[in-house]
Design a protein around this ligand. Structure first.
Ligand SMILES: [Zn+2]
Length: 335
């Protein structure tokens, strides 16, 4: 990307470098690896809103990790399991109208609020809370919520779902691209690739997911889905991929159809719903489109071969996690 450099007084080539930076978060100095845009000629730092925002998110998440605070998407998941709107959830807790909304959008919650949210994650505790506190929700809403709790406790499938998601680390670190695993985003990415390809097989899907996460991380300092990737003989694979595919089938998001082709078993991804319209930002969509276009004419074998040449792959061994720190070496347009 070319940008105007004030130092050089002209448009110049730019590059992204990583450097240690300290940020004030809730009165504490938090150090993170920041990605900054610099002029390739003089090395001066250039302003880039996206990178700045990504670094800030990283610093916030690091603060959350240190203080063992729930992530915004975890707060959202707690609320959604009870079928509550942001406003009713805040009301139930006797918090300000906008409090939940702010937390889900990335503001840091205070510690007392965090403890209450953690407690209410368990349906059993929510029932206790409802019976022991004078809540400001109207009776109809309370009845509805109690029914929901009952349903959650009875619903084995739901419990299995929760257990599955608990397999995934929610603490941002270099292995997940500084983002807790986001199941909804992951599903939306699968749907995106399934709809944008004439036919999509499992092996290719894994590579498309990997490239999107790595490229987005390289350019924004945070991954898209928060998935970790494991070194497998045929390329990088999202961690617990088989379990995720099963869950997606259970949730009627997408399923696999086995096709026999010349004695080979091929696993085709069949989407069961549309690409969600509100899951991706413009920047995220752009990366997904670049990845799908780049590999449009690659078969599973070709894309495997291509990904084997990545440094992250060649520097790790079978079964090891491929850290996002290798993302800096990934190029979509190399030969
Ligand atoms: Zn310059």
């Amino acid at each position: 990307m070319r940008k105007y450099c004030e130092q050089c007084e002209k448009e110049a080539e730019t590059k992204v470098i990583t450097k240690r930076e300290a940020y004030q978060v809730c009165g504490e100095l938090i150090e993170v690896d920041a990605q900054v845009l610099v002029c390739s000629e003089c090395g001066d730092e250039l302003f880039c809103e996206e990178l700045d925002n990504a670094t800030l998110v990283k610093a916030y998440n690091e603060y959350r990790r240190v203080h063992k605070l729930l992530l915004p998407e975890e707060i959202k998941r707690i609320r959604e399991q009870y079928g509550l709107s942001q406003r009713s959830f805040a009301k139930l807790l006797n918090w300000g109208d906008k409090t939940i909304c702010r937390y889900e959008n990335g503001s840091i919650q205070d510690k007392a609020h965090n403890s209450i949210l953690l407690f209410l994650r368990e349906p059993e505790n929510m029932r206790t809370y409802l019976t022991e506190n004078e809540v400001t929700l109207d009776e109809r809403q309370v009845t509805k919520l109690l029914k929901r709790i009952e349903k959650i406790e009875e619903d084995e499938e739901f419990c299995t779902s929760c257990r599955i998601l608990n397999l995934f680390s929610n603490i941002p670190c270099e292995e997940n691209g500084f983002k807790g695993f986001d199941y909804d985003k992951f599903c939306a990415m699968v749907l995106f690739f399934a709809h944008k390809s004439s036919e999509l097989f499992k092996t290719k899907l894994m590579k498309l997911l990997n490239y999107s996460d790595m490229i987005f991380y390289k350019e924004n300092g945070i991954s898209l889905s928060g998935s970790k990737y494991v070194h497998f003989p045929y390329g990088p694979v999202p961690n617990h991929f088989e379990i995720l595919l099963e869950k997606m089938q259970m949730d009627h998001i997408a399923h696999i159809e086995i096709i026999y082709d010349n004695g080979y078993e091929k696993h085709q991804i069949i989407p069961d719903r549309d690409i969600p319209s509100d899951e991706f930002s413009d920047e995220e969509l752009k990366v997904l489109e670049r990845v799908v276009n780049k590999f449009a004419h690659f078969g599973s074998a070709e894309i495997s071969e291509y990904s084997h040449r990545e440094k992250g792959y060649s520097s790790t061994r079978k079964g090891e996690i491929i850290s996002y720190s290798y993302a800096k070496d990934i190029e979509l347009d190399r030969e």
